[in-house]
Write a new protein. Structure first.
Lengths: 181, 476
């Protein structure tokens, strides 16, 4: 994920630094496209604003597929990640993010086995754009013959007091100024 | 000591070990070059007792090092000075098995292989299979996010854990499950190396035992041809259950030890396991044999006995190498598969440079490398030379787009290498995450994530792409 930082990323960093209140979505990101895809690696790295349909189109050329459920292919991978649950988490390998103070950070990577550092790339799945601006995502793909029927993940809403407290503190770690709303 | 007195008065005496002799067996984990005796070892028999230990340690500001079977390979369970080791191996009950939903609920000290043994009667098994699986515990597997030979197809620990119950340093229980709405806290716990909480219960996903498994053994005249074959198999749309590669030195060592009929004239050997229904295996086998048509030798297992025999050589590679050298050092970098051949060439160059022999054993399917560097700890300076060699391999792994550790963890061993993979801002995030769970830094402190000054001191010598790492820090 250590690609040269492009101009759009620098603009986004400046935007975050200069804002007190941001709602992240694909239009705001305006950052889309496939960064790296080697079929034999079973790994794809994309900019977070890339629509699922575009990803699926590229994968199809190599008889490969996503191994998590998506119900709306117009959505961006970043949105699916932000709203996601364990199913997408299983495929995620790495992320590039801009934190709430505008700093660009990389976690995880582009390999399937990786236990260096806490698994921030999977921690932020389901973070709903509240902790950081996710700019780039690497995920595992599979030959389409190995992907069975996919279903939407079941989610249980009730959170314990302790869990809520931990999540609030984690928000502070990534977005101490409370920029991301 | 006051804390030992308190442990002895508040807990049953037979679960507490103190003193030089009694704590010695716990002074290291599977990485025995790092040793340290703790103040005491406590082997609780209930979650209540764990809470008690945490309470006492917290009150005395004493670090707690949680330990499973102590088979880890990065010093993650090595005691710290003035710490209490919390050994969970006595909590080894399988609480329940739900064969219909393919789930098992386990205490943290249940051994990995014991899960598969217990559910075999239902035609199920637990897929992640680290090589220490006869001894290592499920709690330790969660702490390390352990892998094994079958990860490419069946995933790591994180993919096979449905839920965990854990205690925070305050003794509060947190239940994390795959169904939770919100942040990926369950994934965060996997691979957190005992720094965030104490796992007290694990629910794992069980996998149906495949109808058939067959292994293809292919010998190659060159390492590059073998590495290319790995990429070709994946590109052909096959996900083998296991895809392992060995170089000529490893082949020779394994054959000398296990005598299983490996081709001694091959420069590299590939073991490719296919599993599933008979029809699936047959179809995959045909594709794989087509891809491997350039191999110098080919053999397909015709019986379960033969299959296990072919694996026996690979599985005995570590002890086999151990026989050839007083000591060896096992690396664990992972790289994108397309760089496998380049990496092997680099390792051979480094082997010449450092004048240390290397046997290469790779989980080629997922790009996870286990070069074994042979050395003699009794020769002055040889361990240091070996570590320097290892660090070069890890840096190469990162530069190729990979990671310093695929499945063994950072522990104490790879703290320096972490400085190469992450910048100071990223490391700061790790420290802050720890502080959310453990503000006093009592759970396995100092492991897994290096202090920033450590990286700054190292980094002064290492300039990456013309940029000084950690420029914001003062240098000494």
């Amino acid at each position: 994920m250590k690609n040269p930082i492009d101009a759009r990323i620098q603009q986004l960093q400046t935007l975050v630094k200069g804002s007190s209140n941001l709602h992240i979505n694909s239009a705001l990101l305006d950052y889309s496209g496939i960064v790296e895809y080697y079929a034999q690696e079973l790994v794809m790295t994309v900019k977070a604003g890339t629509p699922i349909s575009e990803i699926k189109k590229q994968l199809k050329k190599n008889n490969q597929a996503l191994s998590f459920y998506t119900d709306n292919d117009d959505m961006s991978i970043g949105a699916v990640y932000a709203n996601g649950a364990q199913d997408i988490s299983d495929s995620v390998l790495g992320v590039q993010i801009i934190n709430g103070t505008g700093v660009l950070l990389n976690f995880g990577g582009q390999v399937i086995k990786n236990v260096a550092g806490y698994d921030v790339a999977r921690l932020l799945v389901g973070s709903k754009g509240q902790l950081a601006m996710v700019t780039q995502i690497s995920f595992k793909v599979m030959p389409d013959t190995y992907v069975g029927k996919l279903n939407a993940a079941v989610k249980l809403e009730n959170k314990s007091v302790l869990r809520t407290e931990i999540e609030n503190k984690l928000k502070q770690v990534f977005d101490p100024r409370g920029v991301f709303q | 000591m006051k804390i030992i007195q308190q442990l002895l008065t508040q807990l049953p005496k037979n679960i507490i070990l103190t003193g030089e002799e009694n704590t010695r067996p716990f002074e290291c984990d599977g990485l025995s070059v790092y040793r340290q005796k703790p103040l005491a070892v406590v082997l609780p028999q209930s979650v209540e007792q764990i809470k008690q230990v945490l309470k006492i340690c917290k009150a005395h500001n004493t670090p707690v090092v949680t330990r499973g079977a102590g088979t880890g390979l990065s010093g993650g369970a090595m005691p710290l000075e003035e710490s209490v080791v919390l050994g969970l191996s006595k909590l080894n009950k399988i609480k329940s098995i739900d064969e219909k939903r393919c789930l098992a609920v386990l205490e943290p000290g249940v051994r990995n292989i014991a899960i598969s043994e217990a559910v075999a009667e239902f035609g199920l098994y637990y897929a992640p299979d680290p090589s220490s699986q006869i001894a290592c515990t499920i709690g330790g597997n969660v702490a390390e996010n352990s892998g094994g030979v079958h990860c490419l197809k069946y995933g790591l620990t994180v993919h096979n854990v449905e839920a965990v119950k854990m205690l925070t340093i305050d003794g509060e229980e947190l239940i994390l499950s795959r169904q939770d709405e919100g942040l990926g806290l369950l994934a965060l716990m996997n691979g957190s190396e005992g720094l965030l909480g104490i796992v007290t219960e694990v629910t794992v996903k069980l996998t149906p035992i495949p109808e058939l498994a067959r292994v293809v053994m292919a010998g190659f005249d060159s390492v590059r041809d073998c590495a290319n074959a790995v990429a070709d198999i994946i590109e052909a749309g096959i996900i083998p259950a296991g895809l392992e590669m060995m170089d000529s030195f490893a082949i020779e060592a394994a054959e000398g030890f296990a005598n299983v009929g490996y081709p001694l004239d091959a420069q590299a050997l590939l073991l490719c396991e296919l599993d599933g229904t008979k029809a699936q295996v047959q179809a995959e086998l045909e594709s794989v044999l087509k891809v491997l048509s350039g191999a110098s030798s080919l053999k397909v297992s015709e019986s379960e006995k033969e299959r296990l025999n072919l694996w026996k050589g690979r599985k005995s590679a570590f002890p086999a190498v151990g026989r050839l050298s007083p000591d060896y050092y096992c690396m664990d970098g992972t790289i994108p598969r397309r760089h496998l051949a380049d990496m092997l060439e680099k390792i051979n160059e480094l082997s010449q440079k450092y004048q240390l022999r290397v046997a290469n054993v790779f989980h080629a399917g997922d790009g996870n490398l286990h070069p074994l560097i042979l050395y003699d700890a009794n020769v002055a300076g040889e361990l240091e030379k070996t570590e320097e060699f290892g660090t070069e391999i890890l840096k190469l792994s990162v530069d190729m787009g990979g990671t310093i550790t695929g499945e063994h963890g950072v522990g104490v061993e790879k703290l320096n290498a972490m400085c190469h993979q992450f910048n100071s801002k990223e490391l700061e995030v790790f420290h802050e995450i720890k502080a959310v769970f453990d503000p006093q830094s009592l759970l396995n402190p100092g492991k897994a994530v290096p202090e920033l000054h450590r990286c700054a001191e190292l980094g002064a010598m290492h300039v990456h792409h013309g940029k000084l790492p950690h420029p914001e820090l003062e240098r000494f």
